[in-house]
Design a protein around this ligand. Structure first.
Ligand code: TRP
Ligand code: ZN
Length: 496
């Protein structure tokens, strides 16, 4: 199929969902404010304690020092946030580590810990719309978190340093924050490590200074970032930097020397993949790109950490395509809740199919047909597993990264393409990526308009766009929400 005719993307309209925060009365008062507690979660259907109510973070300023010999992390987290209601107290998510002090607006605040909740009670209550600065000093041995699906995240020790990974809730192991994808923020991350080691994070490296036997790396991420794609890699790495294209997009790769030979050829494809993805999905949403390659057993999975994905073991080309395309779908357009993860994984998986189709491999239709027939994978169990649940309805947190989320997610996207044709499909996809690029709740102008706490992209699919094209309501909801096997030919009509 030809995808040569691309129009300028139209904006796909879609549903925006606001988080409803229950306001109760009571609480203390300060400066005329009658605040209440912000709440210990944002109501995520799979991770109810993830994130917190009552405020939006706009910026994280992390100053960290790590000693790999003692496995000791010490840090100061400067958090700039805006109150979305009158607050007497608010929570941050933090797991493990000892909190030494907390200030709000420079004044000592009281803090209490319970599970992953660090409750902060500022001296003066915060009024809705106020921008405030929190400073948390903390230290200790950071923990590795085992997910409901048994994978490990958070702080992972490696042979020569550490790797911090955060999907879905691991970032609370290395800094306190509002750890839910519905609250994105810009970041400055400064990391001090023993001289001789590298410290790689998201965004662009602003400076690297050595004194007294220690080196401080300062990384800056201007574009909003969800905390689950924040990353830190400390150790020995072969660093390479280059640029792509006329705009000179910086490429920064860090490769564990053991993985250098196996990685060389595939990482050299980054410029070609970026160009291909930009052609298909629209302008690249960030200011730099690259990759980190660690050793296989450092995590056992790869992750679309912002700007530069982390691979544990040299990736193959499809995997590199997958993680780079996540930068558009997942990192820039971010799910409002973990129920929407199929949009991340569906697009990233579908991008692998498109890459294969464009590079002499199987066609997307052949892949779809084989999956639908049930003979795509070598083993029967795997072929069955893609039908275990609809992609937007994992049965529990243990299943949010199961096959239906990836494979059936990609099948939904293929069905949309098949229904509307290539021109409309790329129009929709590029329009959607452009319209919801960096859905930054903090872009809301404090003090004007209604309080819109956590108003972030809640798009399930660009329904409206699909409907508006032919005048016929053709939403592929059967493929997203229903069990077990939707009709292959019929895309069910649903109401507006
Ligand atoms: N998002 C990763 C990818 O597709 C996979 C992954 C790693 C993941 N850790 C996870 C998915 C935790 C869900 C939860 O490349
Ligand atoms: Zn993925």
């Amino acid at each position: 199929m030809s995808r040569s005719a691309r129009r300028a993307p139209a904006l796909a309209s879609c549903v925006l969902l606001a988080l409803a925060l229950t306001a109760c009365s009571g609480g203390g008062s300060g400066g005329g404010v009658e605040g209440t507690a912000g709440g210990s979660g944002v109501g995520d259907p799979y991770f109810p304690k993830a994130g917190n109510g009552g405020y939006d973070v706009t910026h994280y300023d992390l100053k960290l020092a790590y000693d790999p010999d003692r496995h000791h992390l010490s840090g100061t987290a400067g958090i700039t946030a805006r109150a979305t209601k009158d607050l007497s107290a608010f929570d941050l998510d933090l797991k493990g580590l000892d909190v030494e002090s907390v200030t709000v607006e420079g004044k000592d605040a009281r803090g209490g810990r319970s599970g992953q909740e660090l409750t902060v009670r500022p001296r003066d209550e915060l009024a809705e719309g106020d921008t405030f600065r929190v400073k948390v000093r903390y230290s200790g041995t950071p923990v590795t978190i085992t997910d409901p699906d048994h994978s490990e995240e958070g702080w992972l020790r490696t042979a020569d340093g550490a790797l911090a990974l955060g999907e879905p809730t691991g970032s609370m192991a290395w800094f306190p924050g509002n750890h839910h994808p519905s609250d994105k923020a810009s970041y400055d991350i400064a990391v001090t490590v023993p001289k001789g080691l590298e410290a790689v994070s998201n965004g662009e490296l602003r400076s690297r200074r050595t004194s007294g036997g220690r080196t401080t790396f300062t990384w800056h991420t201007a574009e909003p970032m969800a905390s689950y794609v924040a990353m830190l890699a400390i150790g020995h790495y072969d660093i390479s930097t280059t640029t792509i294209g006329e705009d000179e997009l910086p490429v920064y790769t860090a490769v564990d020397p053991e993985q250098a030979d196996a990685s060389r050829k595939v990482l050299a494809k980054i410029p070609e993949i970026m160009e291909w993805a930009t052609y298909n999905f629209g302008p690249y949403p960030f200011s730099s790109t690259g990759a980190v390659v660690d050793r296989e057993d450092d995590a056992g999975y790869d992750l679309e950490t912002q700007n530069r994905p982390v691979f544990t073991g040299a990736p193959d080309t499809e995997t590199l395509v997958h993680e780079l395309v996540h930068q558009w779908f997942g990192d820039s357009v971010t799910p409002k809740s973990w129920r929407d993860m199929w949009l991340n994984e569906g697009f990233a998986t579908y991008a692998e199919w498109l890459w294969q189709e464009d590079n002499g491999g199987d066609s997307t239709q052949d892949i779809f047909d084989a999956l639908y027939r049930g003979d795509y994978f070598d083993n029967a169990k795997a072929n069955k597993e893609i039908w275990a649940f609809p992609p937007a309805k994992p049965s529990s947190a243990a299943h949010i990264s199961d096959k239906p989320v990836y494979w059936r997610g990609a099948m939904v996207i293929h069905k949309i393409r098949q229904t509307v044709g290539d021109d409309a499909f790329y129009d929709i996809v590029q329009g959607w990526a452009a319209a919801h690029r960096h859905p930054a709740d903090h872009a809301a102008d404090a003090g004007s308009g209604p309080p819109t706490c956590g108003v972030v992209v809640g798009c399930r699919l660009p329904h409206a766009r699909l409907r508006s094209r032919g005048g016929t309501p053709t939403t592929p909801l059967t493929w997203v929400d229903e069990s077990p096997l939707p009709s292959c030919d019929l895309i069910r009509r649903t109401g507006p």
